[in-house]
Write a protein that binds this ligand. Structure first.
Ligand code: ADP
Ligand code: MG
Length: 383
């Protein structure tokens, strides 16, 4: 009895082995296909455990790059329900709500002057913007390897705030890069060369001026005069000069259409821009045509402050590097670089050639994308 059971067992084991061998031999192509499908899904992200993203967390716009492509480009704005503290809208949807809210909804720009001003809103925003990355066919939430741009003059506390927000939004492996360094990379400068380069990044909240050489920042200045200040100057000018009340969105439109750094733009002069709004005294509707010369006038003071900051940075620049700047010129990045006539005005005033970066609104984002690919090589990335 015992022997028969043993023999049956042996037969079963043998047949199992044979079946196994047969299966392996006959189904090798199938197995290969299964392995192939598994790995291609892994590549697609279905099983991937880390996702790599680069983020330019700007005061005005946040741009996210994933797999070398810009996947999110949205205003850095959130709308929050005051009663529940829940996110109501984000990015361009929240931008449209600006100036049109009721007491239940607040529209917040979490990064006001280049730093996180509202921690809770910043976290909601970063989380929401990451969720906007399209085509995420993940079974599991992947952990994120992130490179985030931060203003060069950030204090340790401010850096901690950015890191915490990024980590709470799912970042496991967070690197930070000073924004001017990212801008230089995005412009295509060889930042590690023994050669000086100056980048002036005029964003929403701050203008950052930095001289870069040998993979580090030699001189930097940051002033809180940038796009937002230009917008405020225009609101103020319209109010005082034309007695018309304009909101932030309208003022920004004026800036983009007829904003100018020069009183004479020659061939590049734009047509007058029609501004509509209430009269500040009578509250009756009015229409005012505005010329670029007027706006050049309104922006003159703020632009002079940027000029002074650039001159101060040049004063601190060592002579060898200064010579490089004179030879190659200075690069302008950020949305403010799009102001008509700005490069010419600065070139005339400072007597060094100013170049506007290609697609200046996205130069920092492109640079963070390059940094993401070189996290192991670039020593200037902060952990
Ligand atoms: P940040 O890095 O702080 O997010 P950006 O580099 O995205 O800032 O620049 C945003 C600023 O650029 C805003 O103040 C916006 O009004 C301004 N801007 C965008 N386009 C233009 C334009 N064509 N002319 C002048 N300013 C512009
Ligand atoms: Mg920026």
């Amino acid at each position: 009895m015992l022997t028969s059971i043993k023999s049956i067992n042996f037969v079963v084991q043998k047949s199992h082995l044979r079946f196994h061998l047969n299966y392996k031999l006959h189904n090798t192509p199938n197995l290969l296909i299964i392995i192939y499908i598994f790995f291609s899904y892994t590549k697609m992200g279905l099983f991937s455990l880390t996702q790599e993203i680069a983020m330019d967390l700007g005061t005005a716009n946040t741009v996210i790059i994933c797999n070398d492509k810009i996947v999110v480009d949205q205003p850095s704005i959130v709308a929050i329900d005051n009663r529940t503290q829940k996110l109501e809208a984000i990015g361009s949807k929240a931008y449209q709500m600006r100036g049109k809210t009721n007491q239940n909804i607040s529209v917040i720009r979490p990064l006001r002057d280049g730093v996180i001003a509202d921690f809770n809103a910043a976290e909601l925003m970063i989380r929401g913007l990451i969720k906007m990355i399209p085509n995420k066919s993940h079974l599991f939430t992947p952990s994120l390897r992130m490179v985030v741009g931060i203003p060069s003059g950030s204090t340790p506390v401010e850096m901690r705030a950015v890191r915490d927000s990024a980590e709470h939004a799912g970042g496991r492996d967070v690197y930070m890069i000073p924004e001017p360094m990212a801008a230089a990379l995005g412009i295509g400068i060889d930042v590690e060369a023994p050669e000086g380069n100056m980048v002036v990044d005029i964003g929403g909240g701050t203008t950052e001026i930095a001289v870069i050489s040998l993979g580090g920042i030699c001189t930097d200045r940051s002033i809180r005069i940038a796009g937002d200040e230009f917008t405020a100057d225009i609101m103020d000018y319209m109010f005082r000069q034309h007695n018309i009340k304009v909101g932030e969105t309208m003022a920004e439109n004026i800036k983009k259409n007829v904003g100018s750094a020069l009183i004479d733009l020659g061939d590049e002069a734009p047509d007058e821009f029609i501004v509509q709004g209430p009269n500040r005294i009578t509250s009756l509707p009015m229409e005012v045509p505005v010329s670029y010369q007027e706006i050049a006038h309104a922006l003159d003071k703020s632009i002079s402050k940027i000029e002074a900051a650039i001159l101060a940075a040049l004063e601190d620049t060592p002579p060898e590097i200064y010579a490089d700047l004179v030879n190659k010129g200075i690069y302008l990045a950020g949305g403010g670089a799009l102001l008509k006539g700005l490069a010419k005005r600065l070139t005339d005033k400072i007597q060094i050639q100013f170049h506007v970066a290609e697609d200046p609104l996205r130069a920092v984002a492109r640079g963070t994308g390059i940094a993401l690919k070189n996290v192991d090589n670039f020593r200037f990335l902060l952990r």
